[in-house]
Write a protein that binds this ligand. Structure first.
Ligand SMILES: Nc1ncnc2c1ncn2[C@@H]1O[C@H](COP(=O)(O)OP(=O)(O)OP(=O)(O)O)[C@@H](O)[C@H]1O
Ligand SMILES: [Mg+2]
Length: 468
């Protein structure tokens, strides 16, 4: 039997007998080599896939019936505590080796990271959920980041109602404004400004000099002193405004009494435009810009969110609203409501064509008319799709435009979209609205999957009294 195994192993590795010259030899004392875990004499030059293949015993397909050593279960050491809820030791489970006993983990130790490993369905998420619920019950703060979503759904279903007012849910799938944090909030103005400038300095070390530090500090102090005087809300988005808009400065600066700040602004006003730009450049580039001058997405429903709503008719990869406030043409809407189909090129063309019927049914039954944008991977796939879809889209009365990743990598809103029409030129998302004046957005109602905990409107982002 051992001979058979040896043959199976050798032939599984036979693949690497070519240029690397892994030759089969008979060893007089194989144990010595095996225990020493050394490759004989000369080093071999291996590619990554070769190294990965040689690093372990061959897989079942190549050497069937090979038994591998599993990991041994060990007794938990005596210093591992037993769970005592309320006294800061969380329950992990029971040991399954030796005398069975409950195993706990001190809260202080949890802060030093835990790494849970297990095949899918092993109970990792369930254990994490129990650990988090324990934190919630004992009024310890907890943050859960869950890329998959099942853990958070389970937790939301189990959290006691009493914690609703200290729960913040940030759901990328949620079209409401996300909860936000005003970093300029804080009782002690000097501490706030010190912390904030310190954080910026550390993040943007490469661009941050003493002068940038002064500018940031003076701008934040001015805004906060203005807030102290007038009670008006100020945010970080006011910093670029203060530095860039003379009219805004004229409103704020005269109310400032602090001689050091007044001196700073006097120096600032005395500079020429170019030298001022050089001074404020780093701050302007790091602070948020409040108003984008071009269009932007005002709504984005993910694939999952779309499936929840319209699964019975269509399965788009997203639904979105493109809004362009800079268009002023009164005849044409500035809103492009659209479904997005991301075509990877793996589906046969008839399957893609069949989706159009679903979109036509959607238009008829909901009496709304969003556009359909199909994004493909390559220009050649784009051509094939256009060839196939133009006639059926026209027959069904659908507004369809296509583009491919060959164009849209950096600016997907740019002039890369071609309506399905043999002679149509490429245009921007805004351009599409001009060509299709009769689009209307889909109706979006809350669905059954929204739980009471996901529904309350999160706090709105701060707005300034002049309505920005
Ligand atoms: N200690 C346990 N005893 C019995 N059943 C359990 C236990 N822990 C988890 N389960 C059940 O096992 C199933 C899978 O659990 P869970 O979703 O936590 O696995 P997972 O390791 O997170 O899986 P995935 O890797 O797929 O996320 C669930 O139905 C859960 O109720
Ligand atoms: Mg899981």
């Amino acid at each position: 039997m051992a001979r058979g195994r040896a043959h199976a192993l050798a032939s599984a590795f036979g693949l690497y007998a070519e240029l690397n010259w892994l030759a089969r030899t008979r060893l007089a004392h194989p144990e010595r080599w095996l225990e020493g875990r050394v490759f004989p004499q000369r080093a071999a030059l291996l590619s990554v896939p070769e190294l990965a293949a040689l690093a372990h015993l061959p897989l079942d397909a190549d050497a069937p019936g090979l038994r591998r050593a599993g990991a041994r279960s060990v007794l938990p050491p005596p210093m591992v505590p037993e769970p005592t809820p309320g006294a800061g030791v969380k329950a992990l489970g029971r040991s399954d080796t030796g005398a069975r006993r409950p195993v706990g983990l001190a809260v202080a130790d949890v802060r030093h990271h835990i790494h849970l490993m297990g095949a899918t369905g092993f109970g990792k998420s369930t254990l994490v959920a129990h650990l988090v619920l324990d934190d919630v019950r004992h009024h310890r703060g907890a943050i859960v980041i869950d890329p998959k979503g099942d853990l958070v759904t389970d937790l939301l279903a189990r959290l006691p109602d009493t914690c609703a007012d200290r729960l913040v849910l940030i759901d990328p799938d949620d079209s409401h404004a996300p909860p936000c944090l005003n970093v300029l909030d804080g009782a002690d103005i000097d501490v706030v400004v010190d912390n904030l400038t310190g954080i910026f300095r550390r993040i943007f070390t490469a661009f941050w000099g003493p002068r940038t530090d002064d500018v940031m500090r003076a701008a934040c102090l001015t805004l906060l002193k203005h807030r102290a005087h007038t009670g008006q809300l100020v945010t970080l988005a006011d910093v670029p405004r203060l530095l860039g808009e003379p009219a805004y400065r004229l409103r704020l600066i005269p109310t400032i009494k602090d001689p050091v700040l007044r001196g700073f602004w006097a120096w600032y006003e005395s500079m020429s435009e170019p030298s001022r730009a050089a001074v404020v450049g780093p701050v302007m580039n790091t602070a948020p810009t409040p108003n984008a001058t071009h269009g932007h997405l005002t709504l984005w429903l993910s694939e999952r969110s779309c499936a929840r709503r319209w699964d019975d008719m269509i399965r788009p990869d997203a639904y979105a609203h493109w809004h362009d406030p800079t268009t002023t043409n009164a005849d044409s809407p500035v809103l492009l409501p659209f479904f997005l189909e991301y075509d990877t090129g793996s589906q046969p063309l008839p399957r893609v064509e069949a989706k159009l019927a679903g979109y036509a049914a959607f238009t008829t039954s909901t009496n709304t008319r969003p556009a359909l944008l199909i994004h493909t991977r390559t220009a050649s796939r784009d051509r094939a799709l256009r060839h196939r879809l133009t006639q059926p889209a026209r027959d069904l009365g659908l507004h369809v435009a296509t583009s491919s990743a060959d164009f849209t990598t950096h600016t997907p809103w740019g002039p890369w979209w071609t309506p399905l029409h043999p002679t149509a030129p490429r245009t921007t998302l805004t351009g599409l609205t001009t060509q299709w004046p009769h689009l209307t957005p889909a109706t979006i109602d809350p669905t059954d999957a929204d739980t009471p905990l996901t529904l309350p409107i999160p706090p709105r982002p701060p707005t300034t009294p002049d309505g920005r």
